[in-house]
Write a protein that binds this ligand. Structure first.
Ligand SMILES: [Zn+2]
Length: 456
């Protein structure tokens, strides 16, 4: 039996890198036909930047670094040249205006803006950036607000925007020189422009799209969530207040005081804690070789609590870089069964939990360290295939009756999911081969199947 078929074709959806031209629908209107090129970082801003060689990267590109300006090619010329370019002009002038009055000694600023123009523009940037990165969940949320962006209607989601005025006071003089941002004698009009998803560390942002846009001394946090989810919005506000003390929610009346925040700049620039996607700087982060331990407690297993795994999938599986970083890096540790004689996989709750996990999230085997020495992987497989179970915690017999159908399902589900993942991100075929080998080995050893019949 052939477990999977690999089509390692490089797929180009909405973005073409000079490779192929496809007839498509405009992301902002009903028009279908030839599209123009829309810059993710607006051209006007790029022209004001001192970036000698713009190296940008994209999840979709066959090589990590591409010289040139990052664009999306699913915007028609009409939308691009009219409404969207008006928004760009507005934002550029706004930022340039503040450029003149900011210096290293500015403690706070009175920020005045046209609320709808600014928010529509920020949303447009988020939407373009999400499309360029295939952030499917976010794209859907932004899409609902296209009429608002285009000034044809109201926003269909809750849109909250926070702003921070960043100082670089926390940096050494040398470092501050390097980040010419906020220098006394200014040389450049726009020093940098970054876009990236951010996460609220103590609150799952599963139901909203959150991006941060940094331009010079301004950081804008754009949080878009479903209208049905009002509760979510108040949680986001609370978390923002807690996490970013100087972030101010932009009010409708178009004016807020922004107090200088020196910490945010350090966090976002030196450690990139907040922004994970950076379009203008080469990613120099070295691949981390340490394993990530994810601990599941008995309580979580019995309560069908998948929140840690969900958070993990959101964090590691959102783009190509993160996927590569987490490949075979996660070890699941299980806690709370120490006082029982029966093996965890003999418990009904344990079995149900891991069946659900593999059924709903088979891609986990991409991240899960598939080493035969790691007992939890074996336990998970046993839990999935075992027909026997016992409610008696003192039961000492190792009672496994592998259900043949279910074990087949497990293989199919996992490999189908990995195939999709590999195709979607145009990974090298070797990844798929390596994963197949690993999974087959641990699977056969776990179920005591010999080499010749291991695939079936
Ligand atoms: Zn259009």
């Amino acid at each position: 039996m052939v477990l999977f078929v690999v089509g390692n074709k490089y797929l180009v959806d909405n973005i073409t890198w000079g490779r192929r031209w496809v007839l498509m629908k405009c992301a902002y209107c009903e028009y279908t036909g030839k599209m123009s090129r829309e810059h993710i970082i607006p051209k006007g801003f790029i022209d004001h930047m001192n970036v000698e060689e713009q190296s940008v990267w994209s999840d979709k590109a066959p090589v990590r670094l591409i010289k040139g300006e990052l664009t999306v090619k699913d915007v028609c010329a009409d939308c691009n040249n009219r409404e969207l370019s008006q928004l760009d002009d507005y934002a550029l002038n706004l930022i340039l205006k503040y450029n003149e009055c900011l210096s290293i000694s500015t403690k706070k600023i009175y920020f005045k803006y046209n609320y709808n123009m600014l928010v529509r523009w920020l949303l447009k940037i988020c939407y373009n950036s999400a499309r360029a990165n295939d952030a499917e969940f976010d794209i859907k949320l932004y899409e609902k607000n296209v009429d608002y962006i285009m000034n044809r209607g109201c926003a269909e989601s809750n849109i909250t925007v926070f702003a921070i005025y960043m100082g670089s006071g926390c940096l050494s003089k040398e470092m501050a020189e390097h980040c010419y941002h906020l220098k006394n004698e200014r040389e450049f009009e726009i020093d940098w422009f970054r876009i990236g998803p951010f996460r609220l560390t103590e609150h799952s942002t599963y139901y909203c799209a959150s991006r941060c846009i940094i331009i010079n001394s301004f950081a804008f946090f754009i949080v878009v969530s479903d209208k049905e989810n009002d509760d979510e919005l108040s949680k986001i506000r609370t978390e923002m207040e807690k996490q970013y003390k100087n972030a101010v929610e932009l009010s409708n009346n178009g004016k807020v005081w922004l107090k200088r925040d020196d910490k945010f700049f350090l966090d976002s620039w030196t450690t990139n804690r907040v922004l994970r996607d950076n379009f203008l700087e080469k990613r120099t982060k070295k691949k981390d070789d340490r394993f990530q331990i994810l601990t599941l407690t008995k309580e979580e297993i019995e309560n069908d609590d998948f929140s840690k795994l969900k958070a993990m999938s959101m964090e590691f599986m959102s783009n190509k870089d993160d996927l590569l970083d987490c490949y075979q890096k996660v070890i699941i540790a299980i806690e709370g069964y120490e006082n029982e004689d029966r093996e965890p996989y003999q418990s009904r709750a344990f079995q149900n939990y891991f069946r659900k996990l593999f059924d709903d999230f088979p891609e986990i085997i991409w991240a899960l360290c598939l080493d035969e020495k790691i007992i939890t992987v074996q336990m998970m497989i046993w839990a999935y295939v075992n027909d026997n179970y016992t409610d008696d915690v003192n039961n000492t017999t190792t009672n496994i009756k592998a259900n043949k159908n279910r074990s087949m399902q497990l293989l199919e589900k996992c490999f189908m999911a990995i195939n999709k993942l590999v195709n979607k991100y145009a990974f090298d075929f070797s990844k798929n081969k390596d994963l197949t080998r690993r999974f087959q080995t641990v699977y056969s050893k776990t179920l005591g199947i010999n080499e010749s019949e291991k695939v079936m």
